[in-house]
Design a protein around this ligand. Structure first.
Ligand SMILES: NC(=O)c1ccc[n+]([C@@H]2O[C@H](COP(=O)([O-])OP(=O)(O)OC[C@H]3O[C@@H](n4cnc5c(N)ncnc54)[C@H](O)[C@@H]3O)[C@@H](O)[C@H]2O)c1
Ligand SMILES: [Zn+2]
Length: 363
């Protein structure tokens, strides 16, 4: 078992990664997150496969609360329903939440924990690759609104994160690839050798060999934990984790969640690397190299026809009619390092005309 500590002073917490680690959940709860009762929040798919069994193992003071699987359920309605049911189980200020599932469960359950009685402790038990390497670490919780993703939320750090590689064997292939997209992002913003290693170990990773997955998850968690430790509230360097995400979030909003988050990030990284090249920030050739790495994992790299450049531009917040305005993008210098402006900023002002031009001529 690897242990990576997210350093946040008194709120520091461990991320435990290994095969078969779920068997230690009851014990870890007792040691690191003791509570009078637990609300184990999960989705319908994970409930049947894993969560029911583990709820029983934790004991009678643990109540499983499930909602239907899917990004479109990351809503205020789901949050309200879960909160009501939590009260019905007799939960109070001395209870705790177990977020047991993918990134959607982590974000929703984390937000329930952040708001219930003004905040109760919780733990993350991520069951998708994306959740293990990214969303379960860092304390961002939240919900989507009809107008866009993650528009309501709170920072709330977990007591620990427990990732069991064994559960990844049942993850559908496109969900698995979506996780790899975020791993390649971690390499692209922070570690060239890591990026190259993911590409080199491609066949072992796709075969889901634990010997390939454990170091991958560990390295990604280390990169994420480092960014979070330096900038918990996302006012500076943590922005580098948003590489690819300005375009990705807009794509997700425009396509009504036809694209998985990680898939949207894959397309977003190629577009943003191209934008960076055009601005002279990103080394020429980076977008092409990124594209071939993503394609080798069967990830999409082109904007789907259902998302028109105008709609994407609008979703980013540009004034489409007047072709005016700019938005802040996190960019990379090359594969392995995030870019910084002359004044030390981790995001760049990007002009809408450049974005539209890239859409028209490159994608
Ligand atoms: N908080 C953050 O910092 C952060 C960071 C990145 C992404 N996110 C959020 O994470 C969400 C995406 O997370 P996701 O990709 O994990 O999606 P998800 O939670 O929807 O999970 C994907 C699907 O896989 C199923 N599943 C989960 N574990 C499984 C398993 N072990 N075996 C079989 N099926 C399984 C789920 O039921 C679901 O249908 C997005 O909402 C995104 O905004 C948050
Ligand atoms: Zn992401």
């Amino acid at each position: 078992v690897s242990e990576i500590v997210v350093q946040l002073g008194p709120s520091s917490y461990p991320v435990l990664v290994g095969t078969g680690t779920l068997s230690s959940l009851p014990d870890l709860l007792q040691r690191l997150c003791p509570a009078r009762s637990y609300g184990l929040i999960t989705d319908s798919t994970v409930a049947r496969r894993y969560a029911q069994e583990h709820t029983a193992k934790i004991g009678s003071q643990c109540h499983m609360l499930e909602f239907p699987a899917g990004e479109w359920n990351k809503t205020r309605e789901t949050w309200a329903g879960l909160t009501d049911r939590l009260i019905q189980t007799g939960a109070g200020r001395d209870s705790a939440i177990i977020a047991f599932g993918g990134g959607v469960v982590g974000d929703v359950a984390g937000f329930v924990a952040a708001t219930f009685h003004r905040g109760i402790p919780y733990v993350q038990v991520p069951t998708t690759l994306l959740a293990m390497i990214d969303s379960s670490v860092g304390g961002k919780t939240g919900l989507d609104l009809p107008l866009g993703k993650n528009l309501v939320g709170a920072f709330h750090q977990p007591q620990f994160v427990l990732a069991d590689i064994a559960v990844l064997m049942t993850l559908p292939p496109h969900q698995f690839a979506a996780g790899i997209s975020e791993a390649l992002k971690h390499g692209a913003i922070a570690d060239a050798a890591y990026f190259d290693r993911i590409v080199r170990d491609r066949s072992d990773i796709l075969a889901r060999e634990p010997t390939a997955l454990e170091p991958l998850i560990r390295k990604s968690v280390e990169i994420k934990a480092q960014a979070v430790s330096e900038d918990e509230r996302d006012t500076g360097k943590r922005a580098t984790l948003n590489f690819g995400h300005s375009i990705a979030h807009a794509l997700e909003a425009c396509t009504g969640y036809d694209l998985l988050h990680g898939e949207a990030v894959a397309i977003g990284m190629v577009v943003e690397a191209t934008i960076g090249e055009r601005m002279g920030v990103t080394t020429p050739g980076t977008a092409v190299a990124l594209q071939s790495a993503l394609e080798s994992f069967d990830l999409p790299v082109r904007i789907p026809e259902s998302a028109t450049p105008g709609a994407i531009a609008e979703a980013i917040g540009f004034d489409k009619k007047n072709r005016a305005g700019s938005a802040r993008f996190a960019l990379i210098r090359d594969l392995g390092s995030a870019a910084q402006t002359n004044t030390g900023n981790w995001t760049f002002d990007v002009d809408i005309r450049l974005v539209l031009d890239v859409f028209e001529h490159v994608t």
